[in-house]
Design a protein around this ligand. Sequence first.
Ligand SMILES: *[C@@H]1O[C@H](CO)[C@@H](O)[C@H](O)[C@H]1NC(C)=O
Ligand SMILES: *[C@@H]1O[C@H](CO)[C@@H](O)[C@H](O)[C@H]1NC(C)=O
Ligand SMILES: *[C@@H]1O[C@H](CO)[C@@H](O)[C@H](O)[C@H]1NC(C)=O
Length: 262
Amino acid sequence: MGFLSHLLILLLLCTISAESADPSGVFCNTNANISNNQISSNIDRLLPQLVQGTILNGYIATSFGKAENQVYGLAQCRADVTGNDCKTCIESAATEIRKRCPKQADARIWYDYCFLRYDIKNFFGEVDTSYGIFYANVQNVTDPDTFNKELGALIDQISSEAVVPGNKGNGRGKTKLTPFLTLYALVQCTRDLSQLPCKQCLAIAVDTFNFPNFCNNKKGCRVLYSSCYVRYELYPFYFPLDSQDESANSSLAYYVSAVSKP
Ligand SMILES: *[C@@H]1O[C@H](CO)[C@@H](O)[C@H](O)[C@H]1NC(C)=O
Ligand SMILES: *[C@@H]1O[C@H](CO)[C@@H](O)[C@H](O)[C@H]1NC(C)=O
Ligand SMILES: *[C@@H]1O[C@H](CO)[C@@H](O)[C@H](O)[C@H]1NC(C)=O
C-alpha cells in the first residue's frame, strides 16, 4: 500500500491520436544529472551499440566506459515485434532519448514496440517499478464480473509462459468472451530478468490493473514499467496480428493516461 501512497497521478485526456514516432513515455531522472563530459560521450558511444544489438537479437544489455563514468544500457523490442518494426522503433528511441533527456545519466523511453534505458548505476537483473506509465480505454466493459474472471485467467496463463526459458520474457494469448468479442493480452519482461524478478514485476503490473478508478473494468489497459510491460485489449494488437474488426476503438484518442513517480 506504501506503493500507492507516493503515486503522483497526472491525468491527461488524449485528444489527438499519437504519431508513431511519439513515445508512450519518457523518464529523465533529474536526481541523476550528467556530471561530466566523459559520461555524455560514453552515452553517445553506447547508443549505437544498443541499436545494433537490438536489430540483431531483439535485445541487448551492455555497458560502455570505465569506473565512475561507465554507462549501462538495455534495449529491447517486444518479442512478438520483429524485423523492420523493431529496427524503426529502436532507432527512434535512441534518437529521441537524447533529445528529451539531454542532461540526465539515467534516462528511459517507452514505445509500444520497444524500450530503451541507460544509467550510470548497474541496474541489470533488478525489478524497477518506481516509474510507471498507464493507459486506459475510456470505455467500461459491459459485464465486469465475467470480464475480470477471464482477464485474470488469461493473464495468469501468459505470465507463466513469459518465464518459460526460451520465451524471451514474453507471453501472449486470447480468450473468446462471446462469439463476437475476443480479449487479447500480452506481458513482456525485460530480458535481463530471471524467472523470479520477471514474475514479481508482472505481479506488480497486474495489481495496477486494480488501480482505483483507473484500469478496473476498462475495455483496454497498458502498464509500462522499466522492467515489464502488460497490456490487454478487446482488439488484436500483438503479432502475428489477427484480422482487425474495423469497429474497434484502437486509437489513443479513446485512452486516458497517468504516470506514477518515485
Ligand atoms: C538536475 O538538473 C535539473 C535541471 O536540468 C535541476 O532542476 C535538478 O535540480 C538537478 N538535479 C540535481 C540533483 O542537482
Ligand atoms: C465507467 O465506470 C465508471 C465507474 O463506474 C464511471 O464513473 C464512468 O463514468 C464510466 N465511464 C463511461 C465512459 O461510461
Ligand atoms: C468508440 O468510442 C467512442 C467514444 O467513447 C464511442 O462513442 C463509440 O461508440 C465507440 N465505438 C465502438 C465501436 O465501440
